[in-house]
Write a protein that binds this ligand. Sequence first.
Ligand code: HEC
Ligand code: HEC
Ligand code: HEC
Ligand code: HEC
Ligand code: HEC
Ligand code: HEC
Length: 511
Amino acid sequence: MQKGLIYFIVDIDMCPDQKKLPGLFQNWLSVIGCILSVVSFSTILVLFILDLKSQQVNPYLGIVTYMIAPTLFAVSLLLIPVGVLLERQRRRKGGHGAHFPVFDFNNPVHQRRAYIIIGLSTVFLIFLMVVTYRAYEFTESVTFCGQTCHQVMNPEYVAYQNSPHARVACVDCHVGSGVGSYVRSKLAGTQMVYSVIFNKYHRPVETPIKNLRPAQETCEKCHWPRQFFGAVEKDKQYFLSDEKNTPWTNHMLMLVGGGVPPYGQRGGIHWHMNLSNKIYYITTDKKRQVIPWVKVVHADGQEEIYVDKESKFTADKPPKGEMRRMDCMDCHNRPSHGFKVPFVAVNEAMAFGAIDKDLPFIKREAVKALEADYPSQGVAASSIKKSLEEFYMKKYPEIWRQKKDFIVKTVQSVVEIYQQNIFPDMKASWKEYPNNIGHMVFPGCFRCHDNKHQSAQGKVLSQNCTICHIIIKQGTPGAMEGSPDGVPFHHPDGDDDSWKQMNCVDCHSGS
Ligand code: HEC
Ligand code: HEC
Ligand code: HEC
Ligand code: HEC
Ligand code: HEC
Ligand code: HEC
């Protein structure tokens, strides 16, 4: 024991006066500290090599390698000097004048030990630096954010993987760059770990997120706001709820311009992002869906205030609450966690063939099955399967017999839509997270552009259909109308009056 490895490395207590006494390191606490640090260090080493070798990052391996084992290691290292100090105090009380070790470089034994210690420490420090860097990378990884506390982040993680930003790391939008953001996010993260361990988190996770970085530090690092110009083509395919699932096409050009000359033309949707004018607003609800008060500061410094004339507020009596400068996320609030509304997801799946559009009433039945309330994804899967298969078995036995395989495949696609968009355990779905792009299912653009927000000069925020997009083609196959200059909107169900009297959300609120 006396000549053991631990003793060799740590016993530099060679004070000649103290020869009779064992070294200060020889106390239980320090010895346990030594053993634990060797064990935890070897664990880190082995796991680190495993982690480097594995192709995929494993969240649990990462947590043990970069969080639990290093913490254990640090605590064990700390035990060693604490043991020495306690031992010294104990000896002093016992009347032995315990000194600190005397180190003599003229003594070849001391010299050799010093080289060993310095050499080992250097190797060790370099290793520690590499591990620390990997730990930093790990805590910034999508795996860490999306998969470690699996249940809580699962809805966002699943939706994210099906989004245009599936290759953008969570931290690029949620943390931003710079040391300040890193530290802030890790502090917030500690509080989150607490709320997960003690089951104190909100279901669903509440938005808007209060400490999200402004878009200038996140979105605008990749998307250049000066550079928006022209129009983007959107090809929307719908299927009505009749027996034939009648198709309806809406082909439109979204006027996404709004940059700054000479980079892009001035007008268009991204006008809001024009760097020379600023838009501020105040909401009266938590989810920022009701916006009675809007202020524009034009390039020349002139202010213009628009107030919802049906509200009780006026230009100089704004609602109480935070005045927010509009940025990308006020429209693109679901850039990577879009929980699709059932009818939208079913239309898409029918358009690209995952759902068989020749099955009678499949649009109506699939949407109905997806909109029902289920306690869990498991129950949803079996209930959706049961209700859809029974529908065809009972109502269309002939088709069920002929196309059973197609029906089973279609039903599986409907179940997949549920699994990717609706998460009962976290209460996450389109019902909780409105999407502010558009105006059909959620108020979106019409929160301000409702013909009711008026300025002192009598200007209104227009709902004129052609300021944001032009419809270049619409209708059902065989009865299409279109023109490159745009055609007036026709409502697919043939009712061309109601939509002029009411807002789209009054009828289309998600179901
Ligand atoms: C392209 C940018 C972007 C990326 C990438 C991104 N998010 Fe988000 N995330 C947002 C925005 C914007 C919101 C909504 C913020 C708001 O409404 O205040 C949000 C909201 C959330 C919320 C709150 C709940 C909700 O659904 O609104 C969670 C949780 C979340 N993100 C987790 C993640 C995780 C985990 C990842 C990586 C797997 C990730 N995010 C990647 C932009 C992003
Ligand atoms: C790390 C770079 C990066 C960041 C940060 C980022 N994006 Fe993107 N974004 C991209 C890339 C790359 C694409 C194109 C993806 C493709 O087409 O495959 C994209 C696509 C988009 C699109 C077009 C989606 C579509 O359906 O075509 C929108 C809108 C968008 N981003 C908005 C945002 C917003 C809002 C934020 C901030 C919350 C943001 N982005 C942050 C890189 C980024
Ligand atoms: C007033 C609301 C609004 C704001 C603010 C806004 N956008 Fe958009 N953006 C839209 C709409 C509407 C579209 C059309 C496409 C669609 O419907 O998805 C769009 C399209 C885009 C596209 C795809 C179009 C293309 O040219 O390829 C990107 C990328 C994008 N926005 C990024 C951003 C970024 C980054 C910001 C912040 C600097 C921003 N947007 C601010 C409403 C907005
Ligand atoms: C917070 C309120 C608000 C929201 C939400 C909003 N806008 Fe606006 N928008 C404004 C204001 C204010 C103006 C400027 C009116 C003026 O002074 O001429 C404007 C102007 C516009 C213009 C005209 C720009 C030009 O060429 O002069 C377009 C296009 C537009 N918005 C599109 C959209 C779209 C699309 C959305 C939804 C994705 C949207 N807006 C959401 C407040 C808003
Ligand atoms: C302030 C801008 C703005 C105005 C005004 C506006 N729209 Fe839209 N509209 C949008 C945006 C943004 C979308 C979403 C496009 C997308 O989903 O990518 C949209 C989508 C649509 C869609 C497709 C619906 C969907 O989600 O599938 C239709 C149809 C439509 N608009 C018709 C109209 C009609 C009719 C009017 C006039 C009453 C109108 N819009 C006025 C901005 C506007
Ligand atoms: C008075 C109620 C009402 C209003 C207001 C209304 N709609 Fe509709 N809408 C309907 C009905 C009913 C259908 C038929 C649904 C079906 O057959 O699946 C429909 C179908 C649609 C469809 C086809 C969607 C699908 O998958 O079946 C689109 C697109 C649409 N409406 C757009 C709009 C837009 C854009 C507005 C606002 C400008 C609007 N609607 C306002 C009642 C309304």
